[in-house]
Design a protein around this ligand. Structure first.
Ligand code: PLP
Length: 456
């Protein structure tokens, strides 16, 4: 088989900043060992997130120039609505400025105290919006699937028997909907199988509950179904996406992922009453229903991006470059969350740095080492983000200590990935010298964004 290449050529370039190790050391100290506080221009390869960091295509930029900025009934809304309707098959298409705005609107209408919202795993903004309204967000994932060493094709799946038990326990009237997050971002970017979606749909049918899809990475999930699940090899990504959305009563979407844009999102619904209520909140907090917190040009870019994301050549390159990174790290003995997910590689810092205990934040220490070694910015998903104190003030580490290398879409080339592999392996070879961190300032909420650290 020939090398799988980037299915695009480069028309515009953005220089990236080379720095010396001494400079990076000073930058890291100034940022308090917090990657969110490093100026982006001091980063060589930025893998903090794949959200809103995509490179847009010539067609997307051209579409932006055609943006119709009329307040109401803009042509750009019609194009956006047509594309999202034909993709999802849903009747009500509500644009929002991000995925979390769709979540806030939805859960402010159907959530509230006493309500329980199950998911395979809620993304953190989804959980926060559900809890903000007083409802309870519950993750129902087989614990084996959160073990980084367990290999299975669809580790994003919902634990279906657990879903049935939950509905029986809390009563169907307290469950306004069941949410499926595809791919499962909080669990290593792992995909959900069509069989699992169907099984969840069947449970929803039995109890008369709506099924919603958090579709941030629906196209990457469709690729995994095509490649890994029996009976989908000859179906196109679009056909698979249609089959997924045909099961849904509603969709929330962060367009900053699989719509290949820098900002945007939407809420799509089949229920007329619910759509009317959501539009009322939209007008109050986002904007008129034909722009919803976005410019006409943003709607155009999303519509175009949703077409491009289903191109099989794009998706083959996308998934293969992430998988290639994963394979090379595994070959070198670097422990990662297996198998490689769709949008990121998660290094297992617990096994990478066994000499650093949870209370000294091995993931954060590894993030810092990667930056110092090669100017690579990553993100800790471990005890900084999810560690908790109990009633006696004792610290409890997160179940996993991961460092996420999130790959922006269409931004970096093969040689960037090769360089990244070299940096990670070099850090791995010198891992015994890496020291843990302690808080210099501990932010009271959303610790990972604002806290600062010093080496122990
Ligand atoms: C990013 C993301 C969201 C939130 O979307 P924003 O556009 O960042 O507000 C929701 N769900 C998943 C799975 C995501 O990855």
């Amino acid at each position: 088989m020939r090398t799988i290449i980037e299915p695009f050529k480069i028309k515009m370039v953005e220089p990236i900043q080379m720095t010396t190790r001494e400079q990076r050391q000073a930058i890291m100290v100034k940022a308090g060992y917090n990657p969110f506080l490093i100026p982006a221009e001091d980063v060589l390869i930025d893998l903090l997130t794949d959200s809103g960091t995509s490179a847009m295509s010539a067609e997307q930029w051209a579409a932006m120039m055609r943006g119709d900025e009329s307040y109401a009934g803009a042509r750009s809304f019609t194009r956006f609505e047509t594309v999202v309707k034909s993709l999802t098959g849903l009747r009500h298409i509500i644009p929002t400025h991000q995925g979390r705005a769709a979540e806030r609107i939805l859960f402010s209408v159907i959530g509230g105290p006493g309500k329980v919202i199950p998911s395979n795993t809620h993304f953190d903004t989804t959980r926060a919006n559900i809890e903000h309204g007083g409802a309870e967000a519950i993750d129902l994932i087989d614990p084996r699937n959160t073990d980084p060493t367990f290999r299975a094709p669809f580790k994003g799946n919902m634990d279906v028997p657990a879903l049935e038990r939950l509905i029986e326990e809390v009563g169907r009237d307290n469950v306004p909907l069941v949410m499926m997050t595809i791919t499962n971002n909080a669990t290593g970017g792992q995909p959900v199988s069509m069989a699992n979606l169907k099984a969840v749909r069947a449970v929803c049918d039995r109890y008369g509950l709506p099924m919603f899809i958090d579709a941030a990475r629906f196209a990457e999930n469709a690729w995994f179904i095509q490649q890994r699940e029996e009976g989908f090899k000859d179906k196109s990504l679009r056909q698979i996406a249609h089959e997924i959305f045909a099961m849904a009563n509603g969709v929330t979407m962060s367009a900053k992922k699989d719509a290949l844009v820098n900002i945007g999102g939407f809420l799509a619904l089949d229920d007329d009453d619910l759509a009317m209520q959501c539009r009322s909140v939209l007008i109050l907090t986002e904007g008129f229903p034909t722009y919803g917190g976005l410019a006409g040009r943003d709607l155009e870019a999303i519509a175009q991006g949703l077409e491009e994301i289903l191109d099989p050549d794009y998706m083959r390159y996308r998934i293969r470059s992430v998988e290639f990174l994963g394979e090379k790290l595994i070959e070198a003995g670097v422990p990662i969350f297996e198998p490689p997910g769709g949008h990121a590689i998660y290094i297992d810092a617990k096994r990478f740095l066994p000499h650093i205990p949870a209370e000294q934040f091995p993931g954060q220490a590894l993030m810092a080492a990667l930056y110092l070694e090669g100017g690579v910015r990553s993100c800790e998903i471990g005890s900084v983000m999810f560690g908790r104190y109990d009633a006696e003030g004792r610290f409890h580490g997160a179940p996993n200590e991961l460092v996420r290398l999130a790959i922006p879409r269409r931004v970096y080339t093969q040689s960037h990935i090769e360089y990244l592999i070299e940096v990670v392996i070099e850090v791995f070879q010198n891992r015994a010298q890496i020291r843990g961190l302690k808080f210099a300032y501990e932010a009271p909420v959303l610790r990972h964004f604002m806290s600062t650290f010093t080496p122990v």
